[in-house]
Write a protein that binds this ligand. Structure first.
Ligand SMILES: *Cc1c(COP(=O)(O)O)cnc(C)c1O
Length: 229
């Protein structure tokens, strides 16, 4: 089962990618989950194409960027050269970038306010594209951080669906830096379950194994693959 997914990761593969893949396999085994139930998003923000190419060559197909402008400058050439890549937007989205975001990305992890819902709904219709949508939660209720408060999550998810006609496939969270991540992952999973949301985008370089234990379907891993930013 893991061999199939790992077939392209060889001894020539970038060291960080191999380490991360091995840890995902281990975390899945510990959690009695299939390796295929977790998508690794390689977060390539701030890295140039030259650093991304070896990771593509090693078989990685899903990448994450946190800024629309940066992705627009970097990815069209990479995507044209390597068919079959998927690109996820994991950072904040402004309404005036919704058009570019819907055109560029296969998934958007930062749906977090009505104005974004409205802009996305319009572009999804106009472009006939269907990016996977995640609602971002601010599980730590940090004032400086984007995302919907856990107390408002049910109403917001309902509004996404009923008012804007969006299909919400997942929830995303970024636990506070100084907190143990587990309670934040558990809360995100609980809110997803009671809203019939299947996908969970949680876990970064420091905590993706814990996130897998709590049901993450998408882990967003940058520095452990590409090195320090
Ligand atoms: C940068 C970033 C990541 C990856 O962080 P690392 O600690 O480098 O793995 C994950 N999620 C979001 C939202 C990010 O902005």
């Amino acid at each position: 089962m893991t061999a199939e997914k790992n077939a392209l990761v060889t001894s020539d593969s970038p060291h960080g990618l191999v380490e991360v893949e091995n840890e995902i396999v281990r975390a899945c085994a510990d959690a009695k989950r299939e390796r295929a139930s977790v998508e690794l998003i390689a977060v390539s923000k701030t890295f140039e194409a030259a650093a991304i190419e070896p990771v593509i060559a090693a078989g990685q197909r899903v990448f994450g960027e946190n800024r629309v402008q940066e992705a627009k400058a970097k990815w069209p050439a990479l995507t044209a050269a390597h068919p079959g890549l998927a690109l996820h937007l994991i950072g904040p989205l402004q309404s005036n970038k919704a058009k570019d975001a819907v055109a560029l990305f296969d998934a958007i992890h930062s749906v977090d306010r009505p104005s974004i819902c409205e802009a996305l709904a319009k572009e999804i219709k106009a472009q006939q594209r269907n990016p996977l949508l995640f609602v971002q939660l601010n599980t730590g209720e940090e004032p400086q951080k984007a995302g919907i408060s856990p107390l408002e999550a049910d109403a917001f998810i309902a509004a996404c669906r009923d008012t804007y006609g969006l299909t919400i496939s997942g929830l995303m969270c970024i636990p506070p830096l100084d907190d143990a991540p587990a309670p934040h992952f558990a809360l995100t999973a609980k809110i997803a379950a009671r809203n019939g949301v299947k996908l969970l985008s949680m876990g970064m370089s420091a905590d993706f194994a814990v996130a897998i234990e709590f049901g993450a379907t998408h882990v967003r891993v940058g520095s452990a693959i590409f090195g320090k930013r």
